[in-house]
Design a protein around this ligand. Structure first.
Ligand SMILES: Cc1cc2nc3c(=O)[nH]c(=O)nc-3n(C[C@H](O)[C@H](O)[C@H](O)COP(=O)(O)OP(=O)(O)OC[C@H]3O[C@@H](n4cnc5c(N)ncnc54)[C@H](O)[C@@H]3O)c2cc1C
Length: 290
């Protein structure tokens, strides 16, 4: 089967899920690409946008607001060890090269550019790389491995998260139909970290200010999200991402108090306090993902 056939297959599946009743993760053919930094610019006080381009971006596909790529970094001695194509997947060398996950904030097939918005937290390999990235800096990009395809037929959408979730929430709000209704809750330090959002008129935007408290400790998202008056007779989709520990009560709330099935919510720890290179798929916590 040719590559064109493969591409067609996952696009068909995306269209089927989008037209259906509940959400599903659809895998895409995954590739590794050499890209280079085209430019960087601040997005509010908390994020830096790194725009990637170059011939390696050709054929990149973006379909879902929370899809992510891995930036693959060289070993400390400068050696670049990359995964190899293996059918529709990648075969990763052992031990795995150092990488960090970021949301595809924007892909423009016309200009061949990919934007990723990186949270400027304290020291961290990815955050430090973004701070110092300059036009021409080469970086390898793996993915996206697939995307969470959510039908646009829910009565309401509840989106919530911190700075690491803001790129996905911004894309969610841009891509929802203009008739969509719901709420978005975003925890930031203060008003300087707020950014313009292009939201449907009936989606209420709530910025939650954490002030001096460190990220992942304030519990603001839980209080705000639990306070939402969810009408019992309506179909709700819940999407939440942020610090893994803070999200646990919200995952339980979605599952047990709202009674949402797996296809009607996605609550994912994007990072974990005190843990470098946190991987939500290998979180030892029993309810780390989903
Ligand atoms: C699917 C997915 C999509 C993601 N999308 C984005 C995105 O678009 N933008 C983005 O910025 N992040 C995103 N993240 C989160 C990002 O991958 C993590 O924050 C990652 O740990 C950052 O790597 P680092 O090298 O900067 O820090 P690390 O080396 O991993 O961690 C160093 C220290 O910093 C702490 N830390 C890590 N992240 C934060 C934070 N945000 N605030 C405060 N302390 C932190 C860690 O607990 C650790 O103590 C995403 C994660 C996933 C799983």
């Amino acid at each position: 089967m040719t590559r064109v056939d493969h591409r067609h297959r996952h696009r068909e599946r995306i269209a089927e899920v989008r037209a259906g009743h509940s959400a599903e993760k659809v895998p895409y053919p995954i590739r590794i690409r050499e890209t280079e930094v085209v430019r960087t610019c601040p997005v509010g006080a908390g994020l830096i946008r790194v725009t990637l381009g170059g011939p390696g971006v050709a054929g990149f596909e973006a379909h879902a607001p929370d899809e992510h790529v891995k930036l693959v970094f060289p070993d400390p001695d400068g050696t670049v060890r990359l995964p190899e194509p293996n059918g529709r997947m990648l075969r990763w060398p052992r031990p795995s090269p150092t990488s960090r996950e970021y949301t595809v904030r924007r892909h423009d097939p016309e200009t061949g550019e990919i934007d990723i918005d990186v949270a400027l937290h304290g020291p961290g390999l990815g955050a430090d790389w973004a701070r110092t990235a300059r036009p021409g800096t080469v970086v390898h990009v793996a993915g996206p491995p697939g995307g969470l395809i959510v039908p646009h037929t829910y009565d309401r959408y509840l989106l919530a998260g911190d700075l690491t979730a803001l790129p996905a929430i911004a894309r969610w709000l841009e891509e929802l139909p203009r008739t969509a209704a719901g709420w978005a809750f975003i925890e930031v330090a203060d008003a300087a970290e707020e950014i313009p959002l292009s939201a449907p008129e009936d989606v209420e935007i709530h910025w939650l200010h954490r002030g001096e408290r460190p990220p992942g400790t304030a519990g603001l998202l839980e209080r705000a999200v639990r306070g939402v008056p969810v009408p019992g007779h309506e179909r709700l989709y819940v999407w939440i991402a942020g610090e893994a520990g803070e999200l646990k009560p919200l995952r339980r709330w979605a599952r047990t108090e709202l009674g949402l099935g797996p296809g009607d919510h996605d609550v994912t720890g994007y990072w974990k306090r005190g843990v470098a290179d946190f991987d939500p798929d290998h979180d030892p916590a029993p309810d780390g993902h989903g």
